[in-house]
Design a protein around this ligand. Structure first.
Ligand code: DO4
Ligand code: MG
Length: 271
């Protein structure tokens, strides 16, 4: 399921069912209704005719952290204070780390949109993550791809700075599509590729949600506990891919996150 506009027609956002290179256009702009199978197909067009938007205008975006061993190790390495224990403790704890990343898409872009780096950070990274999309009553109804763009030096200076390391203009991207998994327990392979403005590869790596310490369902349950997250909100489930310590995201870099069955989320880092 994708959301798009066709600038040369009416420029009105719509949703469509994406299959290979073709998209069935529906007569409305409600991704959750499309997931429920609602809407009439008005036409079928090639994907390249459409300008993709974020696949859902998420009222809230939440993130889980330290859900992969690789993330725990990276947090321990970057931590500058005695408080580094918090990362090892939360990795092993029953209760996960959860934080709100954005509300009303103020800091989030869709496929092809520009992500940003903080002006007061010298060590920024993309975090490629699988996102759970919530429907009515907090039920997970689909998955998407998310980029939890983060500052490692601000986070490493003090865990109390995590909101500043994670929440700023252009700190998040979601898309390109929403997919309804046939089997919620089947692992999703995740690939990250970063290139510079000339197209040269700066980092490439892959992992899988199969390496996560927790299941998608468990994270969704914790996020919803005593917490009225509205339908259409997204929960990013943590990163298992960390570029080498000498890498920092810079304006001009291009971040591609590919998840089988969902698509490729590509974003340029804006100046
Ligand atoms: O504790 C910091 C957050 C880590 C995070 O965002 C992740 O593991 O993806
Ligand atoms: Mg993250």
């Amino acid at each position: 399921m994708i959301r798009f506009v066709r600038a040369e027609l009416d420029g009105v956002p719509r949703v469509g069912r994406w299959e290979g290179e073709r998209v069935e256009l529906l007569d409305h702009d409600d991704p959750l209704a499309a997931i429920r199978g609602e809407g009439t197909v008005t036409s079928t067009v090639p994907l390249h005719w459409l300008e993709l938007l974020a696949p859902i205008e998420a009222p809230e975006i939440w993130c889980a952290g330290v859900t992969y061993e690789r993330s725990r190790d990276a947090r321990l390495e970057e931590a500058q204070t005695e408080a580094r224990d918090v990362y090892a403790l939360v990795y092993d704890a029953d209760r996960p780390e959860l934080f709100m990343k954005d509300a009303r898409m103020r800091r989030t872009v869709g496929p092809g949109g520009s992500i940003r780096v903080r002006s007061d950070s010298s060590w920024m990274v993309p975090e490629p993550e699988v996102g759970i999309v919530f429907g009515e009553g907090g039920k997970p109804v689909a998955v998407t791809i998310g980029n939890d763009v983060s500052s490692r030096d601000i986070e490493g200076a003090n865990p109390l700075y995590i909101p500043q390391a994670k929440i700023f203009a252009g700190a998040c991207a979601i898309g390109p599509a929403l997919a309804v998994p046939e089997d919620w327990d089947a692992p999703f392979p995740i690939r990250l590729r970063i290139t510079d403005a000339s197209g040269a590869e700066l980092f490439a790596g892959e992992t899988s949600t199969g390496r996560m310490k927790r299941s998608l369902g468990e994270l969704a349950d914790w996020a919803m506990r005593d917490n009225p997250i509205p339908p259409g909100s997204v929960l990013l489930t943590g990163t298992g891919l960390v570029p080498p310590d000498e890498y920092t995201l810079l304006p001009g870099h291009v971040v591609e996150i590919a998840v089988e069955g969902i698509g490729v989320l590509t974003n340029l880092v804006a100046a």
